[in-house]
Design a binder for this molecule. Structure first.
Ligand code: ADP
Ligand code: MG
Ligand code: ZN
Length: 478
């Protein structure tokens, strides 16, 4: 029996507001434990929450960027549960009237677009953090840090539209791109700014009804999400093949051992005894509010991708890779200004530029090779001052020295040799030095042309114009 995975993701995103969602405390990361707290976020009796409007602004922004309907009226609810890092004994969240509903994120799958539906986006407060003594050399105690308590989150819930672990990763990357474009979160994965719960089930191929799902909790790396889901699909398949039944439960993924294990049986909404938060009024979102946020949106990734395809003639794949980062897209546009072949620029950006960014773990605006330098270099290639091969050397030199391409070409004498008699001389020398290959060539092994070209290029330190070399060699070899 063949099974098909069905996956839905719940993603928690920490918003980058300066202060918390219901009090004035700072949201800054890495402060001394319990420093960023006050009676409100410590859950003292008698205090009242006050909504930080900027949180609503940012939630609306994400909703608009993901094709959601924005609710004209939205309210907060109490989600009751006990946890040592949740001092109030409940979390203020949203239940039946979330700020955004019915959205969509389009992802590129094997060069085909697929829409993943969004069920809802809601606002809520984060809980604190427990630090267990074993990591602090004190295995008898646990500590609580409430700095994170009350930090604003949005939760983005997808429809069960995802069909593989790899697809889940692509969806998450696209979501992160959108969040970066609209600048609502620092998207710092290491600090847990984006955390993902994955709901996974499998069903026999062709069956309409979904199977029983399990939920993998709280993963903060997209690679772990992918691996965790892969693992969970395998586990469920084995359970069914052995004639068993998948139990609806919450599981944890252990990336060190690459296994998932049960954490608790799945709770239902009614377990939380949701009820409307009595200390906060419902929020009315009128058209002018939505209009104001909508006007603050930048060009979004999909629109930018389409424009790059139309204006620069880039293939969809290139346009999609380059617009996956707003700053990379900016780098490309600066480099491509007035260039005859934007596709060449795209090749360089997706090749050398992205390689260096990755190796040095830096952002495009930190790269020593400024876009204008890349453009000048490509202009040197276009005007045949240097060859495409030498361009690689020039690029490496730019990275090392920060010099502009012309300076490097001058200093290192990299100007392309196009002079026919100079090249002819080199060609003759190479032929003389390789009588064996010459004989074979004459006997019909014409593939050796490449060998001779290579030798000439070597002899000229890659500076000979390859087309001229080719022509002369063919003429001489006959
Ligand atoms: P809860 O709030 O209890 O986690 P929801 O009904 O809000 O449950 O669904 C949470 C997530 O589970 C959503 O992303 C949804 O797409 C996904 N989901 C629902 N049913 C299934 C299923 N059978 N298999 C996989 N994912 C599912
Ligand atoms: Mg859930
Ligand atoms: Zn506070």
């Amino acid at each position: 029996m063949e099974y098909e995975p069905v996956i839905g993701l719940e993603v928690h995103v920490q918003l980058n507001t300066k202060s918390k969602i219901f009090c004035k405390c700072s949201t800054s990361f890495g402060s001394e434990p319990n420093k960023n707290t006050c009676p409100v976020c410590l859950g003292m009796p008698g205090v009242l929450p006050v909504l930080n409007k900027e949180v609503v602004d940012k939630a609306i922004k994400v909703g608009l960027a993901t094709n959601c309907a924005i609710s004209p009226k939205t309210k907060f609810d109490r989600k009751n549960y006990f946890y040592p890092d949740l001092p109030k004994g409940y979390q203020i969240s949203q239940f039946d009237m979330p700020i955004c509903k019915k959205g969509r994120i389009d992802i590129l799958l094997k060069n085909k677009l697929k829409s993943i539906g969004l069920t809802r986006i809601h606002m809520e407060e984060d809980a604190g953090k427990l630090l267990h003594g074993d990591n602090l050399g004190d295995s008898h105690s646990s500590y609580v840090d409430l700095n994170r308590t009350g930090v604003p989150l949005i939760e983005i819930v997808s429809e069960p539209d995802i069909r593989s672990a790899a697809e889940a990763k692509i969806y998450l990357e696209k979501l992160k791109t959108i969040l970066e474009y609209v600048e609502v979160s620092d998207c710092n994965m290491e600090e847990g700014s984006i955390r993902c719960d994955a709901n996974v089930s499998i069903r026999p191929v062709g069956q309409k009804e979904f199977g029983t799902r399990t939920e993998l909790k709280n993963m903060n790396s997209f690679r772990f999400v992918q691996k965790g889901i892969e693992h969970e699909i395998e586990r469920q398949t084995q359970v069914l093949k052995d004639g068993g039944m998948v139990i609806q439960e919450t599981r944890l993924y252990d990336s060190n051992r690459d296994i998932t294990f049960p954490m608790r049986s799945k709770e239902e909404a009614h377990d939380y005894r949701y009820f409307p938060e009595p200390d906060l009024e419902p929020v009315l979102v009128d058209k002018s509010w939505i209009k104001r946020i909508s006007e603050s949106l930048p060009e979004l990734p999909d629109a930018k991708k389409d424009r790059f395809m139309t204006n620069y003639g880039l293939p969809e794949y290139d346009a999609s890779v380059i617009t996956s980062s707003r700053s990379l897209a900016h780098y490309f546009e600066e480099a491509a200004k007035g260039v005859k072949s934007p596709k060449t620029v795209s090749n360089w950006v997706m090749g050398e530029v992205m390689r260096v960014l990755k190796e040095d773990n830096i952002e495009p605006d930190q790269l020593v090779v400024k876009p204008v330098m890349l453009r000048q270099m490509l202009e040197l290639v276009e005007s045949e001052v240097i060859s495409g091969k030498i361009a690689k050397t020039v690029f490496e030199e730019m990275i090392k020295t920060g010099d502009d391409p012309e300076t490097i070409v001058d200093k290192k004498g990299l100007v392309q040799i196009t002079d026919i008699s100079t090249i002819e001389e080199e060609v003759k020398k190479v032929i003389e030095a390789n009588p064996k290959q010459l004989k074979q060539y004459k006997e019909g092994k014409t593939k050796l042309l490449g060998f001779f070209i290579g030798q000439v290029m070597k002899a000229t330190n890659g500076k000979a114009n390859p087309e001229v070399v080719n022509k002369i060699l063919k003429a001489i070899l006959g």
